[in-house]
Design a protein around this ligand. Sequence first.
Ligand code: ADP
Ligand code: ADP
Length: 221
Amino acid sequence: AAAIVVDDLTKRYGSHTAVQGVRFAVRPGVITGFVGPNGAGKSTTMRMMVGLTPPSGGRCTVLGQEYRRLHNPGCQVGVLLDASAQHSGRTGREVLTLAATVMGLEARRVDEMLDLVGLSRAEARRRTGAYSLGMRQRLGVGQALLGDPRVLILDEPANGLDPAGIHWMRGLLRDFADDGGSVLLSSHLLREIEVIADELVVIGRGRIVAQGTKQDLLAAE
Ligand code: ADP
Ligand code: ADP
């Protein structure tokens, strides 16, 4: 069964339609890339998925339920939205420790995550306000994975990563999907998403314009 089902989602802001009749599914074992230019409606769709913005029409379920109705959603679904805006006076370690505490996880889980996402102990002692965008992305992915979720929803997680960082992320998400996880990640860069994703959902001006496997879509180009 699909882990995420987006069914005819629509979002209007006044007379402006940001998302129109969007349908797609994200299946376990697959890295699904959500790609389209800036302003196409990716973030709005993802914010509706996790209950941050109410849809004007249609619905979205995650693991068979509306996200807000999930039991302990933080542990079932790892979410990273707009890492560029996520910084504070807290250190990287404090961000993960706070999240681990909220989720009732053991403190050693924080060190496992720092190792997994490649943040050194020295970097983890620095305030996130001093982090590069790439470091914020690594920390955000670590926070999303902290509760050992079955689903990841990541908005522009490769933004700010260099090519080596993009390959690192590909490996991390590949391992997660190979263990049965479901991944949706967005990007405005086709060259970035085609490295990472198996299947693509292409959005333009709020509408799905193509979807399918990477091989199918790139062959048809
Ligand atoms: P993307 O993530 O693909 O860059 P967005 O989902 O952020 O696109 O935006 C889609 C469209 O919706 C854009 O035209 C954007 O300006 C508009 N939009 C997004 N959020 C709001 C909002 N809160 N109020 C009004 N318009 C919005
Ligand atoms: P992104 O490009 O990462 O999707 P945006 O810059 O589009 O982010 O949006 C950042 C914030 O501003 C979001 O909360 C979004 O809902 C809001 N926003 C975006 N476009 C508009 C708009 N035209 N009017 C009002 N709010 C907007």
